[in-house]
Design a protein around this ligand. Structure first.
Ligand code: ZN
Length: 265
């Protein structure tokens, strides 16, 4: 499977993705908001878009569906419970199902929390390629999705606990937005001594391109404060911010507290 990560450079800094089969050139477009750019890229690469997949129903993810489908005749797929909110869905997807395109397949993960009908698409990897997670607005580089547009922080925590934290360290992550530099600042606000976050921030300051930076789960465990629920500094910060005792905090309360602080940060 070939991956093209396409930054849109709009105010929300969305990413869209083209995933293509090397043998058949059939491709999946994920959240192709900038439809003209998406079609142009596919053309340039010689890829044929067969499927448009939406991670969730927010407009900055579905806004380009129409023109891409009109130009390619692609099938539109989404979470099975998002089919009312997304016009023209051909097929609703459920957890554990496989989405096939050419010779490759992605596993559908049901990952509520940012919205209540959100999917992530997982590529399990092969001899040439590390696994990859296309995670929409569930997981970002060094952050997680917000929950105040139809989501629920407790449910997002459960998604992380059950499905994201257990992923292998070598899973590359491909999120729906490029927020890494801001998110790193939040990690450092909560954990000023986080060495990996400090060193990555320095790399960006020295010119590393954030837009094309690809993180993996192993790195997220270090630089993403939402993965660091047991860090003493993170815990005591939450206890102080919410005026509660350390012993009252568990992973869930710490995660929800972080989400609340990040909302107003
Ligand atoms: Zn969203």
């Amino acid at each position: 499977m070939l991956i093209k990560q396409i930054p849109i450079r709009n105010s929300l800094r969305n990413y869209m993705y083209l995933l293509a089969c090397e043998k058949t050139s059939s491709a999946i477009a994920i959240d192709p908001l900038d439809h003209a750019l998406c079609l142009q890229m596919a053309d340039q690469m010689g890829w044929k878009i067969k499927i448009v997949a939406n991670t969730h129903h927010h407009h900055d993810h579905i806004g380009g569906n129409g023109p891409v489908i009109a130009a390619t005749g692609a099938e539109l797929v989404s979470h099975k419970d998002a089919t009312d909110a997304i016009p023209g869905v051909d097929r609703g997807l459920s957890a554990g199902e496989e989405l096939h395109c050419g010779k490759f397949a992605l596993k559908v993960m049901d990952t509520p929390g940012h919205t209540m009908s959100h999917i992530c698409l997982y590529f399990q990897g092969d001899t040439k390629e590390q696994p990859a997670l296309f995670c929409g607005d569930t997981l970002f580089n060094a952050g997680v999705g917000r929950c105040d547009f139809g989501g629920e922080p407790k449910i997002l925590f459960e998604t992380f606990e059950d499905q994201i934290f257990p992923l292998a360290d070598n899973v590359r992550i491909f999120p729906g937005h490029d927020y890494i530099e801001n998110n790193l600042e939040f990690t450092l606000d909560r954990e000023p001594d986080n060495e990996q976050a400090l060193s990555l921030r320095k790399k960006f300051q020295n010119g590393l391109n954030a837009e094309s930076f690809v993180s993996d789960i192993g790195l997220e465990r270090e630089i993403n404060v939402f993965f660091r629920l047991n860090s003493a500094q993170v815990r005591s910060g939450i206890a102080a911010s919410f005026n509660t005792r350390l012993e009252n905090l568990d992973n869930e309360k710490t995660f929800i507290g972080l989400r609340k602080l990040r909302d107003n940060w």
